[in-house]
Structure formats: C-alpha cells, structure tokens
Design a protein around this ligand. Sequence first.
Ligand code: DGJ
Length: 718
Amino acid sequence: MTILSILASGLFLLNTKTTTLAVVAKQGSDPRIFYYGTTVSGSDIDGLGRSGFTYQPCYTPFGLTGPQEHAISVIQSDGNNTLDLKITGSSLDEWEDGKILTVTSADPVYDIVVNNVFKTYYDEDIVEAWAEITNGGRKSATLTRYYSAQMPLHTGNVWISTLSGSWSNDANVYQEPLVRGTKLIKNMDGVRNSHSSHAEAMISLDGKPCENAGRVIGMALEWGGNYEMRFVTDDSDYHRIFAGICPDNAPYTLAKGETLATPPVAFSFSPEGMGGVSRNFHRWGRRWRLAHGDRERKILLNSWEGVGLDINEECADQMMGDIAAMGGELFVVDDGWFGDKYPRAVDNSSLGDWVADRNKIPGGVEGLVKMADDHGVSFGIWVEPEMTNTISELYDKHPDWVLKSDGRDLICGRGGTQLVLDLTNPEVRDFAFGVFDRLLTENPGIDYIKWDANMNISTYGSPYLKKQAHLDIEYWRGFTEVCQRLRAKYPNVTIQACGGGGGRTNWGVLPWFDEFWTSDNTDALQRLTIQWGTSYFFPAIAMAAHISACPNGLTHRVLPLKYRCDVAMSGRLGLEFQPKHMNDEEKEFCRKVIASYKEIRPVVQFGDLYRIVAPFDGKGYTSLMYVSEAKDKAVFYWWKQANFTDIHLERPLMAGLDPDKMYRLKELNRIDDNPLPFEGQVFSGRFLMDNGISLPMFNEVSGSTPEWSSRVIYLVAE
Ligand code: DGJ
C-alpha cells in the first residue's frame, strides 16, 4: 500500500514500541479494526489484507446490524431503538508518550454522535480505547448499553484467563478456551469491584496460557464501579470482546447536549506470554496511573491483625517502639480509634464520627502523630469515609445522607448497622472530603491514610438523585471528585485503597492511590495464589503484603516465620501482628528481613516481574523473580507449597536475566545451618536461565522439624 492509498482508505497505524493497532476510519463507513499485534511496517502493511485479515467492526450499534452483538444501544424519545453510526471525521493528535486517534461517527437521522478514542502509550505498549457519546438532539435519549470498547480477535486456539474470588480469597486465576457462545464477566458490588470478578483479562492466542511465551492480549477496564466484559464467539472468524460499565438496571438518559465519556479499556499485546503483558501493565501503571509510581514505599506495621479494635495510646506507643526497633518506617493505626458520643467498641458504630475516642486515645490524633515522631517512624491512620452506621452522630444528624430507597426499609451491612453514604449528593461529597481535610490540616504530620470500604451498595436508591438509574455512574463521579480534591490539596500523602481487602484493585481507582490492600487473607500459603493472580495486572510496588501472626488469624494455619517473611517480601513489605507476642529471636529475624528488604526494595518495587512456576501448576512449589531494568540485579523467590516425601522437585529456570552478565548469588533470610552450594558463587545469566538451580526440599535447621521451606536469593551482576 502506498502512503496515499493508506490515507485514502482511512487506515491509521497506531504504533507503540513493539505493537501496531490498525484502525480504519473511512468517511461514511463504520469504525473498524484491521489488526492488533506485533509492529507491522513497510510492505507488510500491504500484506495485512493480502494475508486475509479483514476490517472488523469496533463499535457496533444496535438495530441495523442483524444478529451481531452490539456495543451501544439507544432508545430515542419517540421510541425508535435503532442506531446507525457513520464516520464523519477523524483526528490524530500527539501527546507526550504517543498518539490520540479520535474517530467521530454520527447517526444520519438522530443526532447521536460517538467519538471512539484510541490513545497509545508508546514506551509501555499500551493502547487505551473508550467512547464519548453525545446527544445533540432536541430531546433526551436513553442509552441502554454504552460499552467503552469493542475489540475483534481472529479465532484460533484462543484461551482466556480471568481473576475471580471473594472476600479473603481474592484474585484466583481461571483459565479456559474461548468456545462458541458468550462468556460474561460482571460485577455489581457498586463500591468495590474486584472481590468477585476482576475487570481484567488475559487472552492467549496460541493455545493454553503460558507465562513467558505465546501471543497474549491483556485488557483492563479502568472503572471502579459495576462493569461487564463480554466475550462473544459466533459463527464468524472473529471473537468479539466488549467491556464497559454494566448497563443492567442502569439505562443512562442523555439530556439534550449531554456527553457521556465512558471509562478507558487499556489493552496490551505481547508475544512474550502473559508475563510480557504483565510487565507492560506494570511499567504503564507505575509511570502513568499509580500515585507516586516512582517513589519507594515505606515498610510499615499495621495495628489491625495485632490488636483489632482495641487500639489505644499505650499499645500504639509499644507497637511504634517495636516497629522502630525492627527498622520499620511507618506505623498505621487501623480501625477502632474514633467515636465520641458512640465510641467504636465493636464494628456496629461510629463510622462518620472521625474524632479520636478520648478514652482510648486521650492525646488525640495529634498525640499519636507526635508519639510516632518521637519513635522516629511516620504515622498513618485508617478511615472509611464513604460509610456510616445507624449508631453514629453523623447518622443522627443526617439520616438522608445514606443510600436508601424511598418507602423501603434500610438494608444494613457490617455489624447490622453499616450504610453507604450517598456520594451523588454534593453535601455528602463535601463531608467525605472534609474527613481528610480536617485530619490532614489539623495533623500535617500524617503521612499515610488507609481508605477502607467494607460494604457494597445494597439499596439502589438515592434521596438526592433525580434519575435513580444513574446511581452507579453518579456514585463514581462523586468518588472521583472527592479523590481529585484530596489529591489537589494533599498531593504527597500516601493513600492505600482498601475494599475490605482486595476489593478496590482496579486501574480506575488507583490514580489517586499509592497502593491497595491485596487481601484480608494474610495466610502466606494462600497469599501465593492471591498475589500471583493480582500480579497479572498490578505491580509489586502497589501490592501490600504483610507478615502476620502464627497461627494465622483467619485460616489458623501454622507456617514458619521465615516462610511468612519470604512471601511478604515479594510485594510491598509490611507487618501486621502484635510484636509484643514475639520473642527476641523472632524480632531479631524480622529486623534482618526488614534490612534485607531495604536492600532489594528498588528491584522488587521498580523491577520487571518474571513469573516462573504458578501455585496452581501442581509442581509442589511456586517461583517468581524480579529483575532490575538494567538487568544488573535480580531477586529470585521459591516457596514450597506442601509437605511430602520422595517427590523430586524440578529445577526452576530463571528468566529475564542478561545472558551475558555474571551474577553472584546470595541467599537472604537464611536459616539453614549450612549455606547452600551456590552461596556466594557466580553464574552467567545464560546458565541460570538454561539450567536454573536445585533447591533442597527442606530448610535444614538442627533441632527443628522440616516441613515448609522457602528461599529468597539476591543476584547481583559483577
Ligand atoms: C477491612 C480491612 O481490609 C482490614 O484490613 C481492616 O482495616 C478492617 N477492615 C478494619 O475494619
């Protein structure tokens, strides 16, 4: 194809460093995608068509396209529910890291205009796609489906990997072939959208999903509310993928002149397996989405699993002293510190009354901040600003500030009294912003906030909203406004997104947050699975992973301290127990672990992740590693998953190293009586990737019964 014929055909080649998305925007036709894969250039552009790729619809309207699955449907005020989208123009703009293509289509009869926007992130191999839908007509029109994007994929041996779980069992990986029919993934929680099904998926184009080989497309919907991802396989040569806000019971009425901008879906293509896609998402997330993606995270102690709601000044003082002595950098007071008229003694009261309970904390928050300072650690605090309890001063004063349906009884959550505040109401948004504003203005020493959310929307009703069906969208607009105000005034504070554990692990939420609480389950064995799935799309710098007590408070499993530390060290390391209950030897071990983590922190938090053996591979162990961008440092992790005898473990092959560099190996957190044979030895990257290293089935410690074992090995290039 010559340049002229390319332009005449309306073909746009959106290139990133190693990929091309070919979009066809021909005047008078409908928007189409021609190709998504590795970069095509020169005569291969011509070859696209000759090799049999065909232009496929990428935003199908309902009503005039026969049985094709659609991305958008509209009911006009006269009852007509057909839509015709014909391209009227396109524009290509540049931005710092790539291009923005806007393809504009309009209905020739009704005044509905749609912009399909594609934004490339060149360096990270990511393309975002979304739709902006405008009603230019004189009357309102109702959108009954308004997806963000539609992506065609040629059929083949295509598999899908998705993440799903529930509270404390977050982000399990499910893998299956895409077969005839429709696979629908959706979440209707309203407040936290990643406990059950996640809004991300990996699509492996070359058969069963592989970590470090094969062509894979990853997709992540950047939206914290209710969503749908629809995978349609029909009698054509293409699978059709759709993603966007869930329109169920949420028809959106577009007023005259109004535009609805749908949330972006981020796509990434990699020929290097799911690992390649993950690395792209991690780099993109750190550079463009995550708050402070270039700033090392502090090592913290959180009070929750150690003392629960029984936090008080004396125990905070002791815990701060302990974490400081272990080399930690931050202490976080979790739930239980607040409530005046109704002190938070159990979890059925006080949400909304964000003043210190002076019985527990006579010196107030300011006293705690000073105390932390005296111990030489930073201070963090827990809040749940979108919620209240029927037992609270806030609810006494403002019973109309909660989500409830007119004429119906309240449906309460946690403690039998919890309710979601109505963020569609500007007064409530002012209140929620004010929670932070007051805390941070009165206590500028607060360094970290844990923003929790422990309830779903159980009543789809707002006393404020005129159009009740807009609740989900308006709630998230309200949430976004609060976040924007918070970040505008307090750009530097570290904020954790917690949704009763991993309920808010979504790229639509994270721009205002530095990290997320990965799961309320801190059992190190189950964390292997939870952190594995979460790492598909989210980087270690954002993945809070805490060493917790033994037996584990939730699963009651008994695991060695080393194992618990070795698992937590593969994410953003923290501690979550009462140090008072540890003996000196255990405290000393934690002190060493923290010191080692500080050494490897830049590699874990900014390096590239290579997943090696999955916890569900059935090999008896899990293994992964991080490699620095310059490939001069790496950290290798290996955790045995079960106790057994006479099972001969495979040698895990390392990945991501520079084959020509020589690496010296050092085991961290060593407890064995004798060092392993490779300790202090030098190997080439090529040897380690071709042969790996043998790891014994047990940690050999005299006087102890071997069962679990784990290893963390630090590699430094000579
Ligand atoms: C749920 C969170 O996930 C926990 O870490 C803890 O903060 C509790 N809420 C406190 O109520």
